[in-house]
Design a protein around this ligand. Structure first.
Ligand SMILES: O=C(O)CCC(=O)C(=O)O
Length: 300
């Protein structure tokens, strides 16, 4: 791991956010809690994903997710994924004849976006007291679990994620989104760790808004501020397995491509505050009545 100046906290005996943790989150827009999740729990989640993948036929769908193209924004498979467990390949997963270059797991970009509601093991993991405690400690009085993503960042072909703010995708009024990003494997510069811009979450509003476009023409970005992110100023957020990175919804972050021979699997959960409005124009919709569930509820 490379050293960087951002504070890291021991999360292994986590009982709540300390004043120092709250101060760091307020100042930086993110918080690193090392060892918050045990090796056994990381193993269990990875194993469970293996079982979910075994039950899926990779020939059945060819949907790709890429933050560089947004082709997915025009696909119903993606647009409906807020209420499903859906599978998205890496852009470079197939050879010129359309065949997967590696095994299924090593070809996927992510599985999203309702594992936390639909799969019993992910549901129980996502609703653990520590996560509720973190959300409420950050002032989210009525935390709702909005979306989950199992991110593979597979060896050699793991795609870059461009610099973005999660609130752009998970808009609420007022803004309330936080991300809980868990390293299931060591995330390093070589295998595509997160990078971010500490302190830049304090701008008055997100710089873009990703939403359903008028006339049923899919989802896309509405630019609210045309300035490009100063990506050269991003600092690496390398994270050992079991580290939870808490992300303010307006914290600009990205992740590098993975050209190494090691995977970098992660699980990300995004929450909003139930006291805030969740606009109907948001790209991500859940359930017939578009309801979202908290720590006490599970759809199953
Ligand atoms: O894991 C990654 O590579 C990116 C994840 C991310 O940007 C997010 O969870 O908002």
């Amino acid at each position: 791991m490379t050293e960087n100046a951002l504070p890291r906290f021991d999360g292994s005996a986590f009982e709540g956010l300390s004043p120092e943790m709250l101060q760091a989150f307020d100042r930086d827009g993110m918080l690193v809690l090392e060892g918050l999740v045990s090796d056994a729990d990381c193993d269990a989640l990875m194993l469970r994903m293996g079982t979910i993948l075994d039950a899926f036929d990779p020939a059945a769908h060819h949907s790709v997710f890429s933050s560089l193209s947004n082709a997915q924004g025009q696909e119903q498979y993606f647009l409906d994924s807020g209420r499903e467990i859906r599978f998205f390949f890496e852009e470079e997963a197939r050879d010129k004849d359309g065949r997967l270059k590696a095994n299924f797991r090593a070809s996927l970009n992510k599985v999203g976006h309702a594992l936390h509601d639909l799969d019993p093991e992910f549901c129980a993991f996502s609703r653990q007291p520590a996560f509720r405690n973190i959300a409420q400690g950050l002032g989210i009085a009525e935390p709702l679990l909005l979306q989950s993503m199992y991110i593979f960042k597979p060896p050699r072909i793991g795609g870059e994620v461009t610099c973005h703010q999660d609130s752009s995708y998970l808009w609420s009024e007022p803004q309330s989104c936080i991300g809980l990003w868990l390293a299931l494997e060591d995330a390093t510069i070589e295998n595509g760790c997160l990078w971010g811009l500490p302190g830049m979450h304090k701008e008055t509003q997100p710089r873009s808004r990703y939403e359903r476009l008028a006339g049923g023409s899919g989802a896309g970005d509405i630019l609210l501020d045309e300035r490009p992110w100063p990506v050269e100023e991003c600092v690496p957020l390398e994270a050992a397995r079991g580290t939870l990175v808490v992300l303010h919804g307006q914290f600009p972050h990205r992740s590098g491509a993975n050209r190494s021979d090691k995977s970098r699997e992660a699980y990300a959960l995004h929450l909003i505050d139930g006291r805030c409005e969740y606009p109907a124009t948001n790209w991500l919709r859940w359930g017939k009545d578009n309801s979202i569930y908290g720590f006490g509820n599970k759809v199953g």
